[in-house]
Write a protein that binds this ligand. Structure first.
Ligand code: MG
Length: 514
């Protein structure tokens, strides 16, 4: 019975799609049906299956993947046919100077005829999940032909009632303005990266579809666009780390040649929809760390930080704390400094970044060598319950050079701490901790602290209802990044002086809260 109903319904849908009737107006198409995962397949989904870019096959693949949008490039032949191709030249023929009949003699490498906009849109309109992102390639010949391309594209889209599916994009601002003139309700996004959100808004353009460097260079851009009511799309993001970067910033769309990878990341993010990026440092400048975010901590230099540590932490010294090539480097050197044998760096966010609860994510590569003791950790900002260990400590990641394949996450409280041997923590094997970057994360909420490496949970600590001596973790904490040398733990098997300097390299710090 259920099957019959389903089949009947399917046939109904099928007929509806292939035979748009007078009753099926644009207003009948529910915009809410279009997927909201923000993934845009660049020139269709072609890469994984080796399909031609801008082919019907790559469109169908994108639709089957259920991406939010499938992008494609449109150009105008000599005889005024709208065809799909990225480059201005197809099989050695200049598209703008060749008739369609001349071009279509040469099939795509999968045997398809060079698609026209008409047949491409008709395939795309058989579904209502994936938007069609139509890029208009500016003419190489004249502005008139660019505008003619815009006029013909709008006429075609309107004639077959494809408007609900279409977002027009172009590097040519005049093309977009022409589209807005012809169809003020058209969705349009500009590609060239040089117009502000406010100006786009003033010109009736609905979005900015910019290269990732534009958005990375100005961290305010995406937020400003949101305030101005301008949608954002970033191209072309194939690096998984760059995907994380833009997903963390809640950009509206990401255009990629790797839709399968991005879809997986979006699904992971959707499992935890409430984490919002509240603080970060991507370390993308050069020189010393950003003084609006970081302090130098030297309090314990004279007394070895209670651990008999062998380094002196310098203040604002490029030799020990420097930003280069997109990462923070905390460097420990063997050089006599203020009576210690080694210099190094210790940064904190105290009073510049203090959080009660959150997700703390640090991508880092650790030093190697006996005697090193890098740490990514947190202390109470106000010491509400008294000095250490009463107000608590959360170690997101610790590592000692004599045991290079293990990283540790630990909590310390009055009841559980290492001076009593009662600290609570766990280690996980990370064979490439010293050779590769990994993401070290701790999530901390009202009831639990959880630590992860590359998304794999390996340690958790639950609240006991016995007061602050077991759970002082209901007050603001700040972050600390440091590279110690020697000390009770790091120096347990001595310090190898043959391998200095040592570097703790940090790609980013991101803090999320609900
Ligand atoms: Mg394109």
């Amino acid at each position: 019975m259920q099957k019959t109903i389903f089949l009947t319904f399917s046939v109904f849908l099928f007929l509806t799609f292939i035979q748009p009737s007078a009753a099926q107006t644009n207003s009948a198409i529910n915009q809410g049906n279009f997927l909201k995962n923000g993934v845009v397949a660049h020139r269709g989904a072609w890469k994984k299956d080796g399909l031609p870019q801008n082919s019907i096959a790559s469109l169908k693949k994108a639709i089957s993947l259920e991406v939010a949008g499938s992008e494609f490039d449109v150009q105008l032949t000599a005889d005024g046919v709208l065809v799909l191709n990225h480059d201005p030249v197809y099989e050695g023929l200049h598209i703008e100077k060749t008739k369609y009949s001349g071009l279509k003699k040469y099939p795509l490498k999968n045997g398809e005829v060079l698609p026209t906009l008409d047949n491409y849109l008709k395939i795309g309109m058989k579904q209502q999940k994936t938007r069609l992102i139509l890029e208009l390639k500016p003419s190489q010949i004249s502005k008139e032909r660019s505008l003619l391309l815009a006029q013909k594209a709008v006429a075609k889209v309107n004639k077959i009632r494809a408007q609900p599916w279409i977002t027009y994009i172009s590097f040519d601002y005049d093309i977009l303005k022409e589209i807005v003139r012809l169809d003020p309700s058209a969705k349009t996004m500009y590609l060239n990266g040089n117009v502000s959100p406010e100006q786009l808004k003033a010109d009736g353009i609905s979005g900015a579809d910019y290269h990732f460097n534009v958005f990375k260079k100005d961290e305010q851009w995406i937020g400003n666009a949101r305030k101005a009511g301008i949608e954002t799309n970033v191209w072309t993001v194939n690096d998984p780390l760059l995907m994380d970067y833009f997903l963390a910033r809640d950009i509206d769309y990401i255009t990629t040649d790797e839709p399968e990878i991005l879809l997986k990341k979006v699904a992971e993010k959707e499992q935890n929809p409430n984490w919002k990026l509240v603080w970060f440092d991507e370390f993308n400048t050069t020189g010393l760390p950003d003084s609006t975010k970081w302090n130098y901590d030297t309090r314990g230099n004279t007394y070895g930080w209670g651990n008999n540590e062998a380094q002196w932490y310098n203040v604002a010294n490029l030799k020990n704390t420097q930003l280069t090539d997109g990462t923070l480097k905390i460097i420990a050197r063997q050089e006599p400094t203020s009576g210690k044998k080694y210099s190094s760096g210790r940064l904190t966010t105290k009073s510049k970044g203090d959080w009660k609860y959150g997700k703390f994510e640090v991508r880092a590569k650790l030093p190697s060598g006996k005697g090193t003791w890098p740490a990514i950790w947190m202390l109470s900002s106000d010491n509400t319950y008294g000095g250490w260990p009463k107000s608590g400590e959360i170690d997101i990641m610790e590592h000692v050079g004599y045991d290079p394949d293990s990283v540790h996450s630990t909590v310390h409280t009055q009841k559980y701490n290492h001076t009593k041997g009662t600290q609570v923590g766990k280690a996980i094997a990370v064979k490439t901790a010293i050779s590769q970057f990994h993401v070290y994360t701790t999530e901390w909420d009202e009831n639990e602290i959880r630590s992860y490496v590359d998304g794999i949970l390996y340690f958790s600590f639950q609240k006991e209802d016995s007061g602050f001596d077991a759970w002082p973790f209901d007050q603001p904490f700040h972050l600390i990044l440091n590279l110690a040398i020697g000390g009770g733990w790091g120096g347990k098997h001595g310090i190898d002086d043959s391998k200095f300097p040592h570097t703790l390299e940090v790609d980013y710090v991101r803090v999320y809260q609900k």
